[in-house]
Each structure stands twice: as structure tokens, then as C-alpha cells.
Design a binder for this molecule. Sequence first.
Ligand code: CP
Ligand code: NVA
Length: 334
Amino acid sequence: MPINLRGKSLLSVGEWTTDEVNYVLQLSKQLKDQKRTGSNQRILLGTAGTKSIVVIMQKDSTRTRSAFETAAFDLGMNVSYIGPTGSQIGKKESIADTARVLSRFYDGIAFRGSAHSDVVELSENSLVPVWNGLTDKWHPTQMFADYLTIYEHFGRTNVKFAFFGDAKNNMGNSLMVMAAHMGAEFWAVAPKKYWPSREIVDIAKKIAKVTGASINMTEDPKVGANNADVVYTDVWVSMGEPDEVWEERLRDLKPYQINSQIMGQTSKNSIFLHCLPAFHNTDTKVGAEIAAKYKVKEMEVTDEVFESTKSKVFDEAENRAHTIKAIMLATLGY
Ligand code: CP
Ligand code: NVA
């Protein structure tokens, strides 16, 4: 069946079909090849006049913002950036009214915020596709980059995938549902209180039933690491969470740190992935503050693993741009 994503928003990968997800992954690969060989065209230029997108970031971003902007430039589109301050959104104007205004100006809206209900409200009131650039619940655009990286390394996506750490957050949630689409053997490896909620597990299991994926959870790092193909982790404290949670997270999640002992139990050809930014040393303001306060010099991943040949985090980061380009191109109807 031909895939037509024109006009569709991307709020979470659970709302897309497995065929739609695979179509965009395939398109990402083509666009990456074209960019590499210099044969990429500014496809959207001249088709219906110059197109424009707006990137609204209510939380900080390096990769997601840059990916939307550079991908849009490659496609011949103009971009406006609206940061956490400087617009009326949420202060003098509701999300719904903002959507009704901006979707008359722009052809697509990328949005990063806190409550997932905000991006839902935006899309419900928008005339154009809305792309979720991260909320507290989901981070769907990241999923395409992660699985493009996995496909490039293994030539397949039905790998054993182990996510260590804060598995109840946007990354743990999204990776579990994406693994279901990809036919993977997914493991959330964390203390029980960090496991994804029943609602998220149900979404993943429903998809897994069709694709043959399996959705598993364990508190035992050895079970998760054993013969894993992909070891993934994320920061232990996410954007917007209060500083007070650091102490508890460091205590609870230390056994789930990705270090050479964990990597030693994985498959021969295994890789390490992280959405970034990562606390693998103390060369950042927050990293240095936490190090001074709690006497730790590495957190969710050791510097040794981060810098090892198994670490594909910068290939993964690059893939944000190729995959976001594919998401925009498909949903803008080209
Ligand atoms: N991985 C990711 O979303 O990075 P940014 O926060 O820099 O966008
Ligand atoms: N869980 C992290 C992901 C960052 C890309 C956060 O929300 O801060």
C-alpha cells in the first residue's frame, strides 16, 4: 500500500504505523546518500513558492534545533526560531491561538516543550504538520536517527536493545515503542520505579504483537547486558526536573551506569548509543557542579565507553539531520 504522510503530525511514534515509520527511515537513508554524494536538491524550492517552518523551543536544544534548521535549509525552506522568551506563547496567548496564527504563516511547526498536552493542543489547532521536538513524555524525531544508526551498523533493526537508567522518561518511552515497530527484543533495565508506565507498555505491546518484537523489563543489569547488540542510556535527570532529584537518581541508578564491565557482557559487534548531551566527564557546568557536590566524575556512562570504538553517538547525532529532513519532506507531501 502506498504511504501518504502529507499533512500528518509527528507527536509520538506510537501514533504512526510501522509502515509509515519504515517509509521515513528508508527516505532518510536516501536523503543521507544524496547529501553525501552532493546530489541533494533543494526540493521544496519552486514547487509552490518558498516554504517556511517555525522552530519553537521552550527548552534548550543543540541537535534538534540544528537538525530542523539545516534540513530546512537543504530543502530550500526558510526558518524562524522562537526561543523560551520573546514571543507571546503561553504568556499572553494560548497554545491554541498560537497554533491558529502560526499555521497561517508557516508550512510546518517544530515544537519542544514540557507537558505533552501542549504539543497535542498545538497540533489540534494547526492547519499544518506539527513535529514534536521533545516533551516530557516523548521524543519521536530522535527515534528515526537512532534506528537509522542501528540499521547502518547491523543491516537490520531486529536487534537486542537494552535501555539502561531512567526508563520511564521521554527516551525510555519512545525507544520502547520504536523497538516494537522495529521488531526488536527490547529491555528496560532499571529499578522497578523507573520502568515505563502501563499505558506506554500497552502501546508497545500492541505494536509488538504484529511485528514480532518483544518488550521486556528487568532490574538486573546482567540480564539486560547479556548478548545485547545495542546498549543505550540517557541522562539521569532530564530537562525541567528539579535539582533535588539528583541525589536519589545517583543512588538508584549507579548500578545501571554504562561502563566497560557492562559492555563486556554484550555481543561482539555491540554498539553504545546516547541521544546526547551526556555526562561522561566533568567538562560542563552542570557536570562540574554535580561532581563537586556528590563526588562523582561520571554519571550515566563512563568516559571510557563514551570514547570507545563501540560508541556511535556522533554518527547518531549526525543522523538527526537526515531523519528530520525525511520527516519534514514526507509530511509536507513530497
Ligand atoms: N538529543 C537531543 O534532542 O539533543 P538536543 O537537546 O541538543 O536537541
Ligand atoms: N531525557 C532527556 C533527553 C534529552 C534529549 C531530557 O528530556 O532532558
